[in-house]
Design a protein around this ligand. Structure first.
Ligand SMILES: *[C@@H]1O[C@H](CO)[C@@H](O)[C@H](O)[C@H]1NC(C)=O
Ligand SMILES: *[C@@H]1O[C@H](CO)[C@@H](O)[C@H](O)[C@H]1NC(C)=O
Ligand SMILES: *[C@@H]1O[C@H](CO)[C@@H](O)[C@H](O)[C@H]1NC(C)=O
Ligand SMILES: *[C@@H]1O[C@H](CO)[C@@H](O)[C@H](O)[C@H]1NC(C)=O
Ligand SMILES: *[C@@H]1O[C@H](CO)[C@@H](O)[C@H](O)[C@H]1NC(C)=O
Length: 427
């Protein structure tokens, strides 16, 4: 490094990368609140938590339905079905009225949020946009044989090129999307989903401890599970779970769930501590969420873990995998440490004597994972590097920002090259 002190280089890297971490640039709830004719849609975007996901994305188009069409769509349908139909109305590209009429060859397929859930097979997550005769633009499912039975009616709002809101006449219906059952204890096999996602140990503990039954009875009101993968149980420093009493094991497992539906996109916008199924009093058995770019980290006060992938995201059920066991300070910390700073990225602690620098601002010494090299740690790494890996760890059914991989990687590259240029100039 030509005599250039590594910690300084590291700080330089961090300070440059902070500039390219996207902030929430728009608020769909606020945009639509100016238009009472879309209040029903706005309400459903909030209830399905799609608003959070829309707000943390860039270069998107929201197709909105007038109240009558929205009410007809939602009547007697479970929220999970409504969410999937609304996901099909969020296009992962920017279209304004002019661009709709300039589609090359007059027809195109565009990706939607539904495609990134993993529920969509084949073309089901794509929407066909076609410039029809007479100046009309038609929308339909990209599935073969689908009709273009929704049309563009007017432009609502544009913030180029972050978000465009366009009104359409009717929902876009992909084959089978309306008849999918809502997740319920009766027809979602949580253990099977966990096993398929590489969380066999966690699944078997849930069964043997009886906590699975608690999860199932909590499901109808909303349930989010943070499932540690099998490697997490084998990691160095994991406490010997066989030494726990039954009650402690139950608490530990309950600590890995929330009594509400909280998908990845909503975790990214979470502020302050969140209570878990183990919470039995104010501030007890809480988790603190931090996010940097597309990466979300949970902090327990004893250790922390990246949220790795989405296994199920269908209201009222959300199953996410985590890299580490979440160890509550009430069970594993002799002296619970204060909640971590909300922005771990911005508080590196330079230690001139040791190279590489330690993982940045872990809330307290992690007893789970050895200090990762700074660039690879979810807390300190630039946005997206961990996310790129998470897409494949979810056995083909992940969502939760998986498709943000490309822009996030781009930002990483921009940050890295800027840091390199600065370093080259200084050394
Ligand atoms: C678009 O998003 C970027 C990144 O989030 C933000 O910096 C920019 O200000 C936004 N543009 C507008 C016009 O709001
Ligand atoms: C978005 O706007 C709504 C309504 O104005 C507000 O309640 C909500 O807190 C805002 N969300 C964010 C993330 O700022
Ligand atoms: C979109 O649908 C129309 C009508 O079914 C079809 O003719 C066209 O080829 C489709 N476009 C694409 C890009 O598949
Ligand atoms: C759920 O799946 C597991 C294995 O993946 C199986 O042992 C169990 O019997 C299933 N439960 C139900 C209720 O079908
Ligand atoms: C992810 O999985 C897909 C399909 O299973 C595969 O084509 C791709 O190479 C994988 N990507 C990585 C980074 O492993």
């Amino acid at each position: 490094m030509g005599g250039f002190p590594q910690p300084t280089f590291f700080l330089l890297f961090l300070s440059l990368s902070i500039f390219v971490i996207p902030s929430t640039a728009h608020n769909i709830t606020e945009i639509l609140s100016g238009f009472p004719e879309y209040s029903a849609m706005n309400d459903y975007l909030t209830r399905t938590k799609l608003a959070d996901e829309i707000n943390t994305r860039e270069t998107i188009t929201c197709l909105v339905l007038p109240n009558s069409a929205m009410s007809a769509l939602a009547a007697n349908k479970p929220l999970s079905v409504v969410k999937n139909v609304l996901r099909l109305l969020v296009l992962l590209d920017y279209y304004d009225g002019a661009k709709l009429h300039q589609i090359s060859k007059g027809t195109t397929l565009t990706t939607t949020l539904y495609q990134v859930t993993g529920d969509a097979h084949g073309n089901l997550g794509f929407v066909n946009i076609t410039d029809l005769k007479g100046g009309k633009v038609g929308f339909g499912s990209a599935a073969p044989g689908s009709k273009l039975d929704s049309t563009y009616t007017k432009s609502v709002k544009q913030i180029p090129y972050n978000i465009s809101v366009l009104e359409i006449s009717a929902p876009i219906i992909a084959p089978g999307i309306l008849t999918a059952p809502a997740p319920s204890a009766a027809d979602v096999n949580i253990t099977q989903k966990l096993e398929k996602a590489g969380c066999k140990t966690f699944a078997s503990l849930l069964v043997s401890s009886g906590v699975l039954k608690m999860f199932e009875s909590a499901l109808d009101k909303g349930l989010t599970v943070f499932a540690p993968n099998d490697e997490a149980f084998k990691a160095a420093g994991v406490p010997d779970l066989s030494k726990l009493t039954n009650a402690e094991l139950v608490t530990l497992l309950q600590y890995h769930a929330l009594a509400r539906y909280n998908p990845f996109g909503s975790l990214k916008t979470a502020k302050g501590p969140i209570s878990t199924l183990a919470t039995n009093g104010a501030g007890k058995y809480d988790l603190t969420v931090t996010s940097a770019g597309d990466s979300v980290t949970l902090h327990t006060g004893v250790d922390s873990s990246r949220v790795a992938s989405t296994v199920v995201d269908d209201p009222p059920l959300c199953i996410l995998t985590v890299d580490n066991l979440l160890l509550p300070s009430e069970l594993f910390g002799k002296s619970p440490s204060p909640a971590p700073a909300p922005e771990p990225v911005s508080s590196p602690s330079p230690t001139p004597s040791t190279a590489p620098a330690p993982a940045v601002s872990a809330p307290s010494p992690s007893i789970l994972s050895p200090p990762a090299p700074p660039m690879a740690s979810p807390e300190s790494g630039p946005a997206g590097a961990p996310e790129a890996q998470s897409e494949n760890s979810s056995t083909g059914s992940g969502s939760g920002g998986a498709d943000l991989k490309a822009p996030a990687l781009l930002k990483t590259l921009v940050a890295a090259s800027a840091a390199f240029v600065a370093w080259a100039m200084l050394s």
